[in-house]
Design a protein. Structure first.
Length: 207
């Protein structure tokens, strides 16, 4: 696989970045860890800070105009309409919520370091997945009824199905895996922060 840098964005923020997503339509959202949510243009110019109170952690896009954000201290997920700039729903949970991903009209949310919960957009629990992680569940990807999550302290990336059964575990060359995403071909991209590198887990390896 060959990867080329298409655009490099310099982000001048005092806080560590906990999450970022590329929105439908070309803009970018950057979340300061336990801080503000910043909306950037494609070329990295800050457009605005979204008017959502609280200390954010992770963000996912639901549709063209709607995003969802976790707020660990509040044990809540806030659904935000970007067009109207209003919080349309607050889903309250019983544990600190960290990583967040949307797929098939439901949300997967990492709770503390030992549970991934699948909920609908009304907040109803659909599945409970118990996991054993050495780190808080800050980063995860939900797709095809599977959840892929990183364990920063354990230097591993895991994939489990809806029942919690481990499908695969990847540890090769990882020294601090955090951010995750899946490309259009089904490969898993891992931001390995201690090695300052991007590691690609091939779709062929995960099947």
């Amino acid at each position: 696989m060959t990867m080329n840098i298409e655009t490099k964005i310099e982000i001048n923020m005092l806080k560590e970045i906990s999450d970022t997503i590329y929105l439908m339509g070309g803009r970018v959202i950057v979340v300061e860890r336990y801080g503000k949510i910043n909306l950037l243009t494609y070329d990295g110019q800050q457009q605005k800070q979204l008017p959502i109170p609280g200390k954010a952690s992770s963000v996912t896009q639901i549709n063209q105009n709607t995003i969802a954000i976790t707020y660990p201290d509040e044990k809540a997920i806030k659904i935000f309409n970007m067009e109207n700039e209003t919080v349309t729903k607050v889903i309250t949970l019983d544990k600190q919520c960290m990583g967040l991903s949307f797929s098939n009209n439901s949300l997967a949310v990492g709770l503390s370091d030992d549970e991934i919960r699948i909920i609908d957009l009304g907040g109803k629990t659909l599945k409970l997945i118990q996991v054993q992680n050495k780190s808080f569940l800050y980063n995860l990807v939900y797709c095809n009824e599977r959840v892929i999550y990183s364990d920063y302290m354990g230097n591993a990336v895991y994939c489990v199905d809806g029942s919690g059964k481990q499908i695969w575990k990847y540890t090769q060359d990882l020294t601090g895996p955090r951010g995750l995403c899946k490309d259009t071909s089904g490969n898993i991209m891992v931001a390995d922060c201690d090695s300052n590198s991007i590691i690609v887990i091939s779709k062929r390896w995960t099947e």
